[in-house]
Design a protein. Sequence first.
Length: 351
Amino acid sequence: MPLKLVKRKGSGHYYVRGAVRGQRVYETCGTDNQEAAEAIRIRRESQLLHQSVFGVAAPVTFAKAAVSYLESGGEAKHLGTFDSKTGRWTSLLGQFQETPVGKIGQVEADEAALKLCPTAGPATRRRHVYGPLCAVLNHAAGKGWCGRPVIKGPKVKPTAVKWATPDWFAKVLPHCGPRLRRLLVVLAYTGPRLSEALRLDWDADVNLSERTLVFRRTKNGEMRTGHVSDPLLTELALVPEAQRHGKMFPWADKCHVYRPLRTACRRAGVPYLSPHQLGRHTYATWLRLYAKRDLRGVMEDGGWKSINAVIRYSHVVPGETAKAVDLLPTVIVNDANVKPIKDKRIRLRRP
């Protein structure tokens, strides 16, 4: 007999009861909503029919789904690394390595976020846990290994955009070494992310005669060419020609930049700004403030893929409607003989 929905005495939830090709079922739907319970009944009946024909397949683990996700071109960042000594995965893969993808839901995601990032804020938890977890689960759902995940990350309050003024650079640059000074000028006048700037190669990416810098590996996967303006050209020309080979900057990892930058800010007596604020934020803000570029132009110049990514810089200058408003007709009457009408209060009567 086919499956049907029933209710047990003393329980508000619907239950699925019946048999499909000899497989008897009597289990709760976990909901008192009839439409949701009906959807669960249909899905369960289809699952039992499939199992009766093809057999019960072993559940796909999160580790297998993650490997498939990476092989299809997914991003490995924040998923974790394999420790050869312990034979275990660290980070997110270590938390869900042998867990079936169909068993990972909101509760499991929240527990993993608290365990992996106990002192981190909402933005860090979304970036390190919820984002990569949902990416793998969505990939698994596309393969038919589980249903689409319904997992919500913590809400992140938008923060104000911080950027550097020309006066900030005038105070900080004298306290920087030649390489750090060169990096800050590259960030401000071409707007790369720190990791993109550190990958610059003199031979492959820099052409001073044509005044171009090529950023080959960007966040959105598209190559971007930056123009070398006069201040940047002057800074790069200070490097002896014999030294213009190999990597432009010596730091192997972007975390090695933070300490000398903090030291320079402290000596200059100015607030610390991160390389991202000195690069992406400052570049976009200067394009709006000094070059008078509109949001579409900022998006194209900085290599942003969506206009939504540059909306945050719209507040820097008035919109294009500012000039239009100045052209509207004047309706204010400046006549001393005209007496203004006094406002009369309207009294409401009770019914």
